[in-house]
Design a protein around this ligand. Structure first.
Ligand SMILES: [Zn+2]
Length: 151
């Protein structure tokens, strides 16, 4: 899913889960999209292929798979258990991260056990065209929800 979708979905779900989160908008923005920074090396290497095929599972590092989710969750638990992070911030970070991983697993091709296995799975079978339409519609709908809730 695209960066706007990740941000709008994280903000909207955090808004409805925790009430007003406007003061945490920058945190939600950063946490909801920073995982996708691992696409940058792939973008630099395979620009032409990305224009045609989009981002595949090969563009993701282990941080974008279950191992990354486990490591980031453990780090968050560590910070929370030693009171290095306020509980509400930890909840917002956990929800934003979880949504990013969840939507990537749900709508994309993923290698969940990478780097231990390169087997690629896809939970929802849709064509590239259907995925593009779905992503566009969901991004617009969540953008409207964001616009309404942030105002
Ligand atoms: Zn992602």
């Amino acid at each position: 899913m695209n960066l706007l979708f990740h941000f709008f979905s994280a903000y909207s779900v955090c808004y409805f889960a925790f009430g007003g989160v406007r003061e945490h908008i920058l945190l939600i923005f950063i946490v909801s999209i920073f995982i996708d920074l691992d696409h940058i090396p792939h973008i630099l290497k395979a620009r032409q292929q990305i224009l045609g095929d989009g981002f595949g599972s090969a563009s993701r590092t282990f941080l974008h798979e279950l191992l990354g989710l486990s490591l980031l969750s453990a780090a968050l638990c560590f910070l929370l258990s030693f009171s290095l992070l306020p509980a509400k911030i930890a909840e917002i970070v956990a929800l934003s991260l979880g949504l990013h991983f969840g939507f990537d697993f749900l709508f994309g091709k993923t290698r969940p056990f990478y780097p231990f296995s390169r087997e690629e799975i896809s939970l929802i079978k849709v064509s590239k065209k259907q995925k593009a339409y779905l992503e566009f519609i969901l991004t617009v709908v969540l953008g409207v929800v964001f616009w309404i809730t942030v105002a």
